[in-house]
Design a protein around this ligand. Structure first.
Ligand code: TXA
Ligand code: MG
Length: 318
């Protein structure tokens, strides 16, 4: 059930987390499905609810740097630099894990992914629960991520007793995931913090991990709606057909009158576009169309995160 986030409902959700239940909550990126990261059974129910394979590790959410030391064995200086610069915010950092973190959280890896979300409800929830909160996005594995409480209710419905409603997620795409080893930054997933900003803050060139899949965000398909997605460069090549949808990057007049059109942004603003990406896809998906054509965006800054999600949605049908 959906509960508007208030002092009282956040307190109830924190109690539920302490007692081993799973709670859905808002973050600035997408809604998360959280459990006490130290509670193996509670974390196991996240996997069951999402039908998520156990090889896919979870992100642990914290509300303070002291909580990071409950989770991470070491914090290299470059990681500390990134935490100070980008936290709270949509950046996840993969660090060597403490033994206390159960293997189910990290899929048996020696590392753990950590982030501090930029959302008052998430931060207050973690504070009141007083434990690090393991939380993947609150959607069935492989499907579109939720950016509203209603998306969570639609996709996971009765499987989650409590969904805290904190409104629409401002960033709208998941966090950027980086791994820091020996003063080297590698990007495991493009997301809410542009890689260019991380490079600027650290003075290091970020490499992208292409050799080995460490995050399912790196799988060739993921984040997919039920409807077939086709990426297009030239909008004029798209048929004007009422059984199709068109996701425009930028609002503008086009001659099509039958196709279902949605726009990611009014004037080509990448932040607005990222913020609307999943909600537009949810809306178009619900129309049960034959195809959704999606306009390509330039792969710089947040455009990389947008194109990554669209390409992975398209790959599901290839
Ligand atoms: O914005 C976000 O990151 C959202 C909100 C809820 O915080 N969470 C999210 O979680 O997107 P999820 O589970 O949908 O994606 C987490 C990704 C997965 O692809 C997982 O494989 C990767 O993080 N991951 C987790 N632990 C890892 C580790 N130790 N090494 C490499 N990748 C890891
Ligand atoms: Mg996810």
């Amino acid at each position: 059930m959906i509960y508007p986030a208030t002092d009282i409902t956040i307190q109830q959700a924190a109690e539920a987390l302490k007692q081993g239940s799973v709670v859905a909550f808002p973050t600035e990126t997408v809604y998360g499905l959280g459990a006490n990261a130290f509670d193996t059974l509670a974390v196991a129910s996240i996997f069951a609810i999402k039908e998520r394979p156990y090889f896919d590790p979870l992100i642990v959410h914290v509300n303070s740097l002291s909580m990071v030391s409950m989770v991470a064995a070491t914090i290299p200086p470059v990681a500390m630099q990134c935490m100070e610069k980008f936290w709270p915010g949509p950046l996840t950092i993969v660090l060597p894990k403490k033994d206390d973190i159960p293997d189910i959280v990290t899929a048996g890896l020696a590392t753990v992914a950590i982030r501090m979300p930029l959302h008052p409800v998430a931060l207050r929830l973690i504070e009141l629960a007083d434990v690090p909160v393991a939380a993947p996005s609150a959607n069935p594995f492989g499907y579109l991520s939720p950016t509203t409480a209603q998306h969570v209710a639609m996709q996971l419905g009765t499987k989650v007793a409590m969904i805290l409603d904190g409104g629409k997620c401002a960033v709208g795409v998941e966090s950027t995931i980086i791994k820091i080893e020996n003063d080297e930054v590698s990007v495991l997933r493009y997301g809410g913090i542009p890689v260019e900003e991380i490079e600027k803050a650290t003075g290091l060139a970020a490499t992208s991990h292409t050799t080995k899949i460490e995050a399912p965000g790196q799988l060739p398909y993921h984040y997919a709606p039920q409807t077939k997605i086709v990426l297009v460069g030239d909008i004029m090549s798209v048929p004007d057909d009422a059984t199709c949808g068109l996701l425009l990057f930028k609002k503008r007049h086009i001659p099509h009158t039958h196709i279902h059109i949605m726009c990611l942004s009014d004037d080509g603003d990448m932040r607005q576009a990222a913020g609307n990406l999943f909600s537009c896809l949810h809306t178009l998906d619900a129309l049960k169309l034959k195809v959704i054509y999606a306009e390509q965006v330039e792969e710089v800054g947040l455009g990389r995160a947008i194109m990554d999600r669209l390409k992975k949605a398209q790959a599901r049908f290839m």
